[in-house]
Design a protein around this ligand. Sequence first.
Ligand SMILES: *Cc1c(COP(=O)(O)O)cnc(C)c1O
Length: 331
Amino acid sequence: MTANPAITPAMIERARERIREHVRVTPMVASASLTERMGVPVSLKLEHQQDTGSFKLRGATNAILKLDEGGRARGVVGASTGNHGRGLARAAARAGVRCVICMSSLVPANKVEGIRGEGAEVRIVGKSQDDAQVEVDRLVTEEGMTMIPPFDHADVITGQGTLGLEIHDQAPEIDTVLVQLSGGGLISGVALALKSRNPDIRVIGVSMERGAAMHASLAAGKPVLVEELPTLADSLGGGIGLDNRHTFDMVRSLVDEVVLVSEAEIAAGIRHAYFEERQVIEGSGAVSVAALLAGKVKPGGPAVALLSGGNIDTALHFRVLSGEDVDVAEE
Ligand SMILES: *Cc1c(COP(=O)(O)O)cnc(C)c1O
């Protein structure tokens, strides 16, 4: 195996300049209710207010703007129908680059329309994510398109890392930051950025109990497969890749602790965000607040909880808010 190109804080600073005109600087607000509960100042970073509803726009924009002329002319391709797909489609449309998102015929119509609405070409192939991936690979080898993966890619990681610089600028006195963790592109970039500014900042990763691939991999000392289970935190589903190149090592060396939250705790996080903070966030975005409310993280000083995404189905949001004991595994 060849050595990984080092991913450095300077690359994150350059990514920030590169994407500056293309992404929003999202607000940081004090949370009176969490401050009172936790006994330390707690702020919320409202990244669910980013264009497309999640931070994924940052990494996708950075990756696209780094393509050379030929790469831009041939376009980009992906297989995500979630937040990464949306971010990639929007970033490509803004840069005037062709974007094809491949998906199976089982993807619900509203998701297909969501991706199309961002200006991407949707290609429906086969009946599984694997079939869609075969088409992605074909477009890469036969048409020279560039695949932009959702997390394990230097330009994606450094793009997400711009969020860490922004957090530090808005809250320089922080002690602890809670960050969502799935494939680890987000937390790798954010932790590298924050620790380059102040190595004493504690970065806590939060995943759901149901199918926490990075947590299981850290425990095993190598990337492992976990069963993918239905969860309210659907944007945190999926593995980290058995051939993981960057994020496993970065999470292992940069993240201070990983905690897991239950479905009921995630639901409580969604409710708290709405009723106490007036924020509509998806389950994945709520795990940071959930970890605080559940007492699973006890910050020793000023803390920031990241709200990473807001794309929740309205009917599901309503059911959670109304206090229904939603179990997505039974649906
Ligand atoms: C993708 C995503 C995450 C997790 O990001 P990783 O880089 O895979 O760890 C967290 N929250 C939301 C809303 C997401 O879309």
